[in-house]
Design a protein around this ligand. Structure first.
Ligand SMILES: Nc1ncnc2c1ncn2[C@@H]1O[C@H](COP(=O)(O)OP(=O)(O)OP(=O)(O)O)[C@@H](O)[C@H]1O
Ligand SMILES: Cc1ncc(C[n+]2csc(CCOP(=O)(O)O)c2C)c(N)n1
Ligand SMILES: [Mg+2]
Length: 307
């Protein structure tokens, strides 16, 4: 199969969407942005051995890569318009590519991101997704707007994904974990959610927002630094899944939530007057100062590619 056969066979049928004017097949794609909206663009790489174990199911590799990229649109309060995929493949493996394109199709549907273009090359397994979304002018969510007295909130539950990865890597064999809990925790790593609807709901309400990709402490530090204030967090308030607590106990679950990363939940600040959305939890507040104070101690930590 040639490069162009691969594109035609696996990557050319997911490109239709409400705002897509021109899709796969030309030298560039064209998207329409609605009147009064602005275009938001974000790009994310997923590399074998760095973002996923090489032997993860290809369906999950694709799904996770799209979810991780879509999560940055959610963090900005953007509504999805489309995505491009630059993929490098070590070889032509039709079984692998079939699975990959199935996962890509599911994620494209779930996150409302038509695949409008890309690039296909030979190389170490890696994919770079560029996602595009739109937001009414002036309503996008930034990291920089948190103000003293704002509430610090987080969606969903934290820590599941990093523990799911640890299970996949065979590090948790000593634990006796219920089969359904295992399934849930693994899926939180390989099929993460992306909180697009929550991001849209937070437009013009949240004073700051970020998605949790590097871990709660690291991403809270990004909000604190960008906003020029301190975030005060009570670890006892961090939302944890019953599955994670049943598997590792509360103390380790909190540690995983603080530093694990790839939960792809939203961390945001709200003025006290705004009601907290469903499935979100208040874990602290903002005050004058700098850094992240967790249980009375200034803390840092989380995932860093070069540490
Ligand atoms: N090589 C680069 N060239 C230009 N800008 C970059 C580069 N790498 C990162 N950035 C920009 O730096 C900022 C912070 O990037 P970072 O990767 O920490 O955020 P993110 O995209 O939310 O993270 P994640 O990759 O976990 O989703 C973003 O605005 C990003 O676009
Ligand atoms: C095989 C394997 N080892 C480790 C990890 C954990 N991991 C990789 S990147 C990242 C943060 C976000 O990255 P980025 O900032 O590039 O989006 C985390 C928590 C993984 N997913 N797979
Ligand atoms: Mg992000």
């Amino acid at each position: 199969m040639s490069e162009f056969d691969i594109i035609t066979h696996y990557f050319s049928s997911l490109g239709a969407g409400e705002n897509v004017r021109l899709s796969v097949g030309d030298d560039a794609a064209a998207l329409r942005v609605d009147d009064g909206f602005e275009l938001l663009v974000s790009t994310d790489t997923s590399a074998a051995g760095v973002h996923f174990p090489e032997d993860l199911f290809p369906e999950d590799i694709a799904y996770k890569a799209v979810a991780a990229a879509a999560s940055d649109l959610a963090a900005m309060g953007a509504s999805p318009l489309g995505m491009t995929l630059a993929i490098s493949l070590p070889e032509h493996d039709s079984l692998w590519l079939h699975g990959f394109s199935q996962g890509l199709a599911s994620a494209s549907r779930d996150f409302n991101l038509p695949l409008i273009g890309g690039d296909t090359t030979r190389g170490l397994l890696s994919m770079t997704l560029t996602v595009m979304g739109q937001c009414p002018e002036g309503q996008k969510l930034l990291r920089s707007g948190a103000r003293p007295t704002d509430l610090v909130c987080v969606s969903g539950s934290l820590g599941d994904s990093t523990f799911g990865l640890s299970m996949l890597q065979g590090n948790e064999r000593g634990l006796d974990i219920d089969f359904e809990d295992q399934e849930y925790l693994l899926s939180r790593f390989s099929r993460p959610a992306s909180r697009i609807e929550l991001g849209e709901r937070l437009r013009a309400q949240a004073t700051s927002c970020i998605d949790i990709s590097d871990g709660l402490l690291a991403d809270a530090t990004h909000i604190a630094n960008a906003s020029g204030c301190k975030l005060v967090i009570d670890s006892a308030l961090i939302p944890l899944s019953t599955e994670l607590v049943a598997s590792v106990g509360r103390a380790r679950a909190i540690e995983l939530a603080l530093t694990g990363g790839e939960d792809f939940e939203l961390l945001f600040t709200l003025p006290e007057s705004v009601s907290v959305p469903d499935h979100c939890t208040v874990i602290g507040f903002a005050e004058a100062g700098e850094g992240v104070l967790c249980d009375g101690v200034l803390k840092r930590g989380g995932y860093d590619h070069f540490h």
